[in-house]
Design a protein around this ligand. Structure first.
Ligand SMILES: C[S@@+](CC[C@H](N)C(=O)[O-])C[C@H]1O[C@@H](n2cnc3c(N)ncnc32)[C@H](O)[C@@H]1O
Length: 439
């Protein structure tokens, strides 16, 4: 069925705005849909898919959209919509446009120049090629430029994964168990979930499998004191709270009150009562001083470039200059440092990002270990075995979309060395011993 002609004009209008890169694409899209309530579900879906297709394929599409008279934006929109819904569903095309779209569709992209195939800013491609080798970086780029599947996490406090699969099948939604996360489900299409009783009652949450694995490797247990230092809207907080079986105390810190506010309705649905959201001013906020050395497990899901999430947020690669990576590195080191103070003797600290870049990952972990002789690295192979997660890793967790079908994630686990017992000094005199006991 053809789209109404107005959709083309709407898609072009919102695309023009998004390509200015002054705000995240999803924010601009939501605002546009709010301001245009007459657009129906199918039209909204087509516009959103069009925008994401253009963002994913920007170099390639732009190269072949150069104007024969100032119509670049229309051409980009047509390419995006053709990618989203197919050429036959587009209204009011000229013969020349149909021919051009068909030629574009049939191009063998593996033969294209790298910048057109990878659709990345030059600096990002160069970093990935250097880090992963050109052959693997190409596979990675291809995977990052494809849409992500929809993953769910079953809330173990309220439901059982096999039963949820059966209940979803009645909707009818086909879901299969994810290979690594023990409570994950993968849904191949993108059904609306918000009105499902399972969602409203908090039995399921949307969460990438990789993100679920990150929460799992913290290894939070019943009754412990746990801190989610960069909790944001609480994706991992909810997973941790359920892992703790709603016992103990789980602090959710973040510098953004706005993000923490989004955690509240999710908490209400989840049935968790062990979570304490706290807005902090920065990583050395006096509010958290009293927790120094008292926390069993601290998760630092650090702010990062987000390059591991390009399948879902393809605009982030266009919105950041290379200089942003060095700034991120400095911020990450500082946050990890601040968070480490909370960890008790024998307790664990997890540093995690959704970045693919060494500067934000291995380099931060290495700097931390070099500056904190009181911590030791726990090899990821050991952590994964403890959690019975069937993944082969070395010292760090490195999830990659082309290998693991998750977003790109990194994690390192550190343990605070148990406090060494003071070497026995010379026996104190009776007087000294007495005065010590009275201190
Ligand atoms: C990757 S996001 C966290 C995502 C979240 N853990 C989740 O699973 O949904 C990083 C978060 O770090 C927060 N942040 C930035 N600087 C911070 C700081 N100095 N201390 C604590 N949180 C910070 C940001 O506001 C952002 O919400």
């Amino acid at each position: 069925m053809r789209l109404p002609p107005a959709v083309l004009a709407s898609a072009e209008e919102v695309l023009r705005e998004i390509l200015r890169f002054t705000a995240p694409a999803d924010t601009t899209l939501s605002r546009y849909f709010k301001d245009h309530p007459r657009l129906g579900g199918r039209e909204r879906g087509a516009i959103a898919e069009c925008i994401y297709a253009v963002l994913r394929n920007k170099n390639f599409f732009t190269e072949f959209s150069e104007p024969n008279g100032g119509a670049t934006m229309r051409r980009l929109t047509l390419l995006g919509l053709a990618d989203a819904v197919g050429i036959d569903a587009l209204p009011g095309l000229s013969e020349e446009e149909v021919e051009w779209l068909t030629r574009m569709r049939d191009i063998d992209r593996s033969l294209l120049h790298k910048s057109l195939r990878t659709n990345m800013p030059k600096w990002l491609w160069e970093k990935l090629a250097e880090q992963y080798g050109e052959e693997e970086a190409l596979q990675l780029a291809d995977a990052l430029n494809a849409p992500a599947p929809l993953d769910l996490r079953v809330n173990a406090l309220k439901a059982d994964r096999d039963k949820v699969i059966e209940q979803l099948a009645q909707a009818p939604i086909v879901a299969t168990a994810t290979p690594f996360a023990p409570l994950g489900l993968r849904v191949l299409k993108k059904p609306q979930l918000q009105n499902l009783p399972l969602f409203k009652e908090g039995a399921i949450e949307v969460q990438d499998e990789g993100s679920q694995v990150l929460a799992q490797i913290l290894g939070a247990r019943r009754g412990e004191m746990v801190v989610d230092f960069c909790a944001g809207a609480g994706g991992k907080t909810l997973a941790l709270g359920a892992q703790m079986r709603n016992t103990g105390r789980l602090y959710a810190f973040d510098v953004s009150e706005k993000r923490l506010a989004k955690l509240k309705p999710r908490l209400a649905r989840s049935g968790l009562s062990n979570v304490h959201p706290v807005a902090i001013a920065h990583e050395r906020d006096a509010k958290i001083k009293r927790l120094t050395g008292k926390i069993d497990r601290v998760l630092v899901d650090a702010p990062c470039s987000g390059m591991g999430t390009l399948r879902r947020n393809p605009d982030v690669k266009w919105r950041q200059p290379v200089e942003a990576i060095a700034e991120m590195h400095a911020k990450q080191v500082s946050i990890l440092d601040g968070a480490a103070r909370l960890v008790k003797s024998g307790g664990r600290l997890v540093y995690a990002t959704c970045s693919l870049l060494n500067e934000e990952n291995d380099a931060v972990a290495e700097q931390f270990i070099a500056n904190h002789p009181d911590f030791q690295l726990v090899p990821m192979s050991q952590v994964l075995a403890e959690q019975k997660i069937d993944l082969e890793m070395g010292d760090y967790l490195k999830l990659l979309p082309h290998r693991h079908q998750t977003d790109g994630f990194f994690a390192a686990v550190f343990e605070r060395k148990p406090m060494a017992k003071a070497a026995p000094a010379d026996e104190p005199s009776e007087d000294e011993a007495g005065s010590k006991a009275e201190d």
